[in-house]
Design a protein around this ligand. Structure first.
Ligand SMILES: Cc1cc2nc3c(=O)[nH]c(=O)nc-3n(C[C@H](O)[C@H](O)[C@H](O)COP(=O)(O)O)c2cc1C
Length: 430
């Protein structure tokens, strides 16, 4: 049986921050804060029929590694970053169909403010925005918002459940026909069709209604990546798309099946959640040329292991400078990304550094990599891939959007044209 068509997205790891600033093809690194690269990315992705671009975010200059922010600033690792919500209108102005997902944390925003921002973005993009629902992870981030430390892991998700309940109710607080626009009456909006939500929860409360009408998608596309047991339950309840980092093709199928079972257990249609797997493709004119580039990248990681250990320290709250580089780690627990730390036991810090960059690696010509993606997706059973390549350049974007994706299209694996107008409709089209 041929492989069914699948979805494509792009994960902009390290968010709205400097990209490839140490590399050729990286452009002028002093202008990393301008939206141009991201606008060009969105345009190229739309030409290639991608479903969405997802902008990662975090909100602090970390200091977990060696108790100092120096390593983070030395490598521009997790800082600096601008607010990715600012990019959405820029990318929207340059495109017509692609979905634009921004990350906003439930421990940093009050629910009303977030509901209002997403509703505004959904209006101005005419139904193309999505929210990556994150709960925050490190203490330094929490300290920027007046807390001493991050809220306990599972409780963050309990609060996030309430949070999501409030924002979704706010998005629906104006009925679909509440805006009447009768000039003679006059009646701009019908008060009987606009409803306070009067939510009183354990962690949050909100009167409502939202201060603007329903947006084209009503509920922007909800995206989630929780990997722990509690995180998965949250994701299965709310998400339209789940993004997941698995180590190899073998784990794809099991992960997707588990998510689909979680969805069914909560009374949801499993086809209403699109599971996208992180993949890091590297293509060139020959297998040897692509492998050579991969080797150069890996050599750089080996040379700068501290950069990647600093990143893992930020995610987990564990200072990896405390452990000898080549000795197996003891069992660790984390109040940060629990599911990430579960894989660390018994590995050495150096091994972790070498694998710190996310995504299954596929390396070869465009035809070879398209074949690997086809085989992997056939095995997993759906629903798509999320490209990640932390230090991407315009050259890399062209290689993927104008090289690899056309090869996927020739095989009938990804769309050539958008089926619908809004992000959610396109995501759920197949
Ligand atoms: C692809 C991917 C993207 C993520 N993006 C963000 C992000 O932008 N900001 C953030 O704070 N956490 C982000 N996370 C972390 C997740 O929201 C979640 O905390 C993590 O996967 C661990 O889940 P757990 O806490 O349930 O173990 C991301 C995770 C993955 C796999």
């Amino acid at each position: 049986m041929p492989c069914a068509p699948f979805h494509l997205a792009w994960f902009v790891s390290r968010g709205y921050g400097p990209k490839a600033w140490r590399y050729d093809w990286g452009g002028d690194p002093s202008r990393w804060m301008m939206p141009d690269l991201f606008v060009d990315l969105a345009r190229s992705m739309e030409r290639a029929g991608f479903d969405y671009v997802m902008m990662e975010d975090s909100c602090n200059v970390p200091y977990t590694y060696q108790g100092s922010h120096d390593a983070y600033l030395k490598y521009a690792m997790a800082a600096p970053k601008l607010d990715p919500a600012v990019l959405v209108p820029y990318m929207a102005m340059a495109t017509r169909r692609i979905g634009l997902v921004t990350t906003l944390s439930t421990t940093e925003y009050p629910p009303f403010l977030l509901a209002r921002l997403m509703n505004s973005l959904d209006h101005v993009t005419e139904g193309r925005v999505g929210w990556n629902m994150v709960t925050g992870s490190n203490d330094g981030g929490a300290q920027n918002y007046g807390m001493d430390r991050q809220i306990e892991h599972d409780e963050r998700y309990d609060r996030a459940d309430e949070f999501a309940e409030i924002v979704t109710r706010l998005w629906e607080s104006w009925e679909a026909d509440a805006m009447v626009l009768d000039r003679e009456a006059p009646l701009f909006a019908d008060g009987a069709k606009v409803h306070p939500i009067d939510y009183q929860g354990r962690y949050h409360s909100c009167r409502g209604p939202l201060s603007a009408p329903r947006s084209p998608q009503v509920r922007p596309v909800l995206c989630q990546a929780g990997g722990s047991a509690r995180g998965r339950r949250f994701a299965a309840r709310w998400s339209d798309t789940i993004i997941t980092a698995v180590r190899d093709v073998g784990a794809m199928k099991a992960t997707r099946e588990r998510i689909r079972q979680d969805a069914v257990a909560l009374g949801r249609d499993p086809d209403g959640i699109k599971v996208l797997f992180l993949v890091d493709p590297l293509v060139d004119h020959s297998l040897a040329a692509a492998e050579d580039r991969r080797r150069i990248l890996e050599a750089d990681v080996a040379l700068h292991a501290d950069q990647h250990l600093a990143s893992l320290s930020r995610l987990s709250g564990i200072d990896f400078a405390r452990f000898p580089l080549d000795e197996p780690l003891p069992k660790l627990t984390s109040n940060g990304h629990q599911s990430v730390v579960d894989h660390f036991t018994g590995r050495t810090p150096r091994e972790l550094a070498m694998r710190a960059e996310l995504g299954i690696r596929f390396t070869g010509t465009v035809e070879q990599v398209a074949g690997m993606m086809e085989e992997a997706m056939q095995e997993a059973g759906g629903d798509g891939f999320l490209i990640v390549h932390a230090d991407f350049t315009r050259r890399y974007v062209a290689e993927i959007c104008d090289g690899l994706v056309p090869a996927l299209q020739r095989r009938g694996l990804t769309r050539r044209a958008y089926e619908h107008r809004t992000f959610r409709e396109n995501l759920l089209a197949y």
